[in-house]
Structure formats: structure tokens, C-alpha cells
Design a protein around this ligand. Structure first.
Ligand code: ATP
Ligand SMILES: O=C(O)[C@@H](O)C(=O)CO
Length: 428
């Protein structure tokens, strides 16, 4: 069979965000693979996809490192012949007054010799909408959504033009909803006006999937698009219209049999609800106590004993905000996080040695730690389980594993049950 040449090259600033974007592209009919960092030459030879998403860990990295890593990813994607490039960041615009969205977007623009890109974190399916440049999470402004308390990237200003301007050298503008509502031609006209005014990045309003499709269509010829996963949903249609994307069931993945486990190191509200729902339904759960880890107790061995050969178990450090704060005060947030991530990573690696083949993981940082402990370098993306969360399958190293990576805030209350059920179900 002829090898696919990738059409769309994507750079994502974290692991679960990359999976979220890949999910959208697969739903649009693009066969998509996600790589963990810039692929090695060995892996490059086996990548066969319409879209490639390179997952970085650049969201909260120092600005210079985020820029350097993103440029390295871009060069790799350019080398594969991608026609268009996408910078994926969080739908809650997670960033600080110094970056990293603005500096990375501007560095990519310079490297691509392009002078304009939209910036649109809107993702209505997950409750994120942008109206007159202001970001809403569900029905609250960003700065009243809980994101204002985020430990690394507190979002205290819902006006994204102001937020992005603070991080950017060039002028930031707005493509407001009235233009978006008038369709792709009106958006292109607005872009032309903004460019003539020296604007290089423009926050783009979108309050519905129809708006996202309009923005996607308006960006058909843009070299660079930036945003959350939502705005990528309009892009596959452009490739289809131009005849470069052929129809295929992009979500098709073979089934993987074998024991499963659920690992949760996410501290978010949604995951807390999911852990509670799992335990309430009488399913087996083992709680990782970070303080016991800090005392050097054999927590990993105890978790592995608990899991034994019985029904699928949940291993979790997930706790309410007060408990997490208590632990963080005692151990320091970074040390507590590292202890939990290392423990969950070790448990995943040992379980794989024992024959576990299906892993459901909750939390962005936690997903990174587990993926690393399992030594995975690339994931093929399958069908959606919940908005933002698809099933995936590893390839390139060792026996393939079924992997689900869930961002902290995604998924319905019965997500874990649903994910396991999904992995057991018929081929998508
Ligand atoms: N009980 C706990 N006490 C202290 N830290 C914890 C506890 N449980 C988890 N953690 C740490 O909190 C961090 C949670 O981050 P992670 O990115 O995995 O989840 P999240 O923030 O909910 O998800 P996302 O980034 O996808 O929105 C991890 O570093 C994890 O190890
Ligand atoms: O955009 C989102 O909300 C997610 O894909 C994400 O990046 C969470 O870390």
C-alpha cells in the first residue's frame, strides 16, 4: 500500500492535549498518530498518517525551552512535507504573562515566514466558548471558573486579547462574533483588515461548532493555525475539498485483549467525581497515600498485591482540594507530585510485565509519567470515548497496548467504566 504523506503537522503543548486534538482530527476523517516528543528516525519510518501530532511538555516549561522544542518539532514536520501546521494549547488558555502561547506562536510564524494566525481556544463540546474575546468555561468567565486558582497557570483575566498581548511582541487583534457569524468570507475580510493594521495574532470568537467550522474554512490557506482542539474540527473538510484527503474510517483500531487497570493521579474536580462514582459502584480501588510514599513505605508493592489477578482495579492518588493542599503543605507541591507520578509509573511498568495490556490514565502530568514509564513513543488514535478523550493504541516499541489518556477536567462521571467498556467493545 502507498504510504500516506502527512497533510497537517501539529505541535501540542502537553500529552493529553495532544490526544484531544488527535481525537478531533480522527473524527474529521484524518488518520492520525501522536508521537511522544519529536520522533526518532526509526519511528519516523513507520509513521503513516494524514495528520501527525507531536506531544511536547512545553506548557509550563521555561519560555526559551518551549520555543526551542516547538521549533524542533516544526522542522521535523516540515521535513515530512506537511502542508499546514497547528499549534495546540489548552482550551482554558493556560499560560502566564510571559508565555508560552504568544512566544511559541510568534516563533513558529517567523520560522514559517507567515505573518498571521488566529488564536482560538474555543471548545463548545467541553463548555469552552469565546465571545468578544472573553473566554467562558461552562457558564462562568475564565477568571471565575476555578482556573484563577490553578497552581502553575492561574488565569485571572478572561480578556484573551489582553492576555495574549501581554505575551506577544506584535499586535494582537480580535475577530469578533458578528464577523464569524457572517461566514468564512467575512472572516477572511476581517483577517485582511487586521493584517493591514499590523496585527499578527487574532483571538477568534466561537460559541458553537458552526463557528469553529467557519473559522476552519477561513483558514484553508493559512500556514499556521493556533488554538484548542475545537478549532481543528474545521480543517479536515479543507483537505477533502482540495482533494488531498481521501475518505477512510480513521478511527479503526484492532482490539487488544488482556487485563486492564485504571490509574488516576489527577487532582481535578471532574476526576474526583469519577473516582467517587467508581468506588460507589462497588468497584475495587487502592488509594496511594503520598505521605506514606514520602515515608518510604512499600506503597507500590502493596498496590500490586491489591491488584493481584482479580477484577479490574483503580489505583488513585486523586483527593479533594483540602487533602491535596494538606499534602502539598507537608511535602511541597512539586515533591508530592513527583512521588505520586513515579509510583503510578512504576505500577504501570510492573503491571505490563505481568501481562496488563489496557491502561486508562487520568491527569495530564500523570499520563506523561505513565507513558514514559511504559516507554511508549507513539500512539495511533481511535474512536472517541467522551469529548476530548479517544482510545489509543501504542506502536513502534514492544507489544501494542490499548491506552486511554484523560485530561483532568474531561469525561462524564462514569468515565472509567465507559472507557473500559469501550476498549472491550466491537471495533469502531
Ligand atoms: N493526593 C495528592 N496530593 C498531592 N499531589 C497529588 C495528589 N494526587 C495527585 N497529585 C499530583 O497532582 C498532579 C495532578 O496533575 P495531573 O496533570 O496529573 O492532573 P490534573 O491537573 O487534574 O489534569 P490536567 O492537567 O490534565 O488538567 C500530579 O503531579 C499528581 O502527581
Ligand atoms: O484543551 C484542553 O482543555 C485539553 O486538551 C488540555 O490541553 C488539557 O490539559
Amino acid at each position: 500500500m502507498q504510504k500516506l504523506r502527512p497533510l497537517l503537522g501539529c505541535i501540542a503543548d502537553d500529552f493529553t492535549g495532544a490526544t484531544d486534538l488527535a481525537n478531533i482530527l480522527v473524527r474529521g476523517g484524518m488518520r492520525t498518530v501522536q508521537t511522544i516528543g519529536v520522533p526518532s528516525e526509526d519511528l519516523a519510518a513507520s509513521l503513516d498518517a494524514d495528520a501527525i501530532v507531536i506531544a511536547l511538555k512545553s506548557r509550563t516549561a521555561p519560555v526559551e525551552q518551549a520555543v526551542a522544542d516547538s521549533l524542533q518539532a516544526l522542522r521535523w514536520l516540515q521535513g515530512r512535507g506537511c502542508q499546514q501546521f497547528f499549534l495546540k494549547y489548552c482550551s482554558t488558555f493556560d499560560s502566564t504573562p510571559i508565555g508560552n502561547i504568544g512566544p511559541v506562536a510568534e516563533a513558529l510564524q517567523a520560522a514559517l515566514a507567515t505573518d498571521f494566525a488566529i488564536a482560538c481556544p474555543s471548545f463548545p463540546a467541553a463548555g469552552r466558548t469565546v465571545y468578544l474575546g472573553h473566554l467562558f468555561v461552562q457558564q462562568r468567565l475564565l477568571n471565575e471558573s476555578g482556573m484563577e486558582k490553578h497552581p502553575l497557570t492561574p488565569m485571572r483575566d478572561p480578556d484573551l486579547v489582553r492576555v495574549l498581548q501581554a505575551q506577544s511582541r506584535a499586535k494582537v487583534g480580535l475577530i469578533a462574533h458578528p464577523d464569524v457569524a457572517r461566514g468564512a468570507v467575512a472572516v477572511r475580510e476581517r483577517i485582511a483588515t487586521l493584517r493591514s493594521e499590523g496585527v499578527r495574532l487574532a483571538i477568534s470568537d466561537a460559541i458553537s461548532d458552526a463557528d469553529l467550522n467557519t473559522l476552519g474554512e477561513a483558514c484553508a490557506d493559512a500556514l499556521l493555525v493556533t488554538g484548542g482542539s475545537g478549532v481543528a474540527q474545521g480543517l479536515p473538510a479543507n483537505f477533502r475539498r482540495s482533494g488531498t484527503l481521501r475518505d477512510a474510517n480513521a478511527a479503526l483500531l484492532p482490539r487488544i485483549a488482556g487485563p486492564a487497570v485504571v490509574l488516576s493521579g489527577s487532582a481535578s474536580l471532574a476526576t474526583n467525581g469519577q473516582v467517587t462514582a467508581w468506588l460507589r459502584s462497588g468497584r475495587r480501588g487502592f488509594r496511594i497515600d503520598p505521605l506514606a510514599l514520602a515515608r518510604g513505605e512499600p506503597v507500590v508493592a502493596a498496590a500490586l498485591d491489591f491488584i493481584g489477578g482479580g477484577d479490574t482495579a483503580l489505583v488513585y492518588a486523586t483527593s479533594g482540594a483540602d487533602e491535596v493542599r494538606r499534602v502539598q503543605t507537608e511535602l511541597g507541591a512539586a515533591h508530592a507530585g513527583t512521588l505520586v507520578e513515579q509510583a503510578l509509573g512504576q505500577i504501570a511498568a510492573r503491571l505490563r510485565e505481568r501481562g496488563t495490556r489496557r491502561f486508562v490514565v487520568a491527569g495530564g502530568e500523570t499520563s506523561g509519567a505513565v507513558i514514559q514509564a511504559l516507554g511508549l513513543t507513539a500512539l495511533r488514535i481511535g474512536a472517541q470515548i467522551d469529548p476530548g478523550v479517544p482510545e489509543t493504541q501504542s506502536f513502534g516499541v514492544g507489544e501494542p497496548l490499548a491506552v486511554v489518556l484523560k485530561s483532568g477536567n474531561f469525561g462524564t462521571e462514569d468515565f472509567f467504566e465507559k472507557a473500559l467498556h469501550h476498549l472491550e467493545g466491537p471495533v469502531a
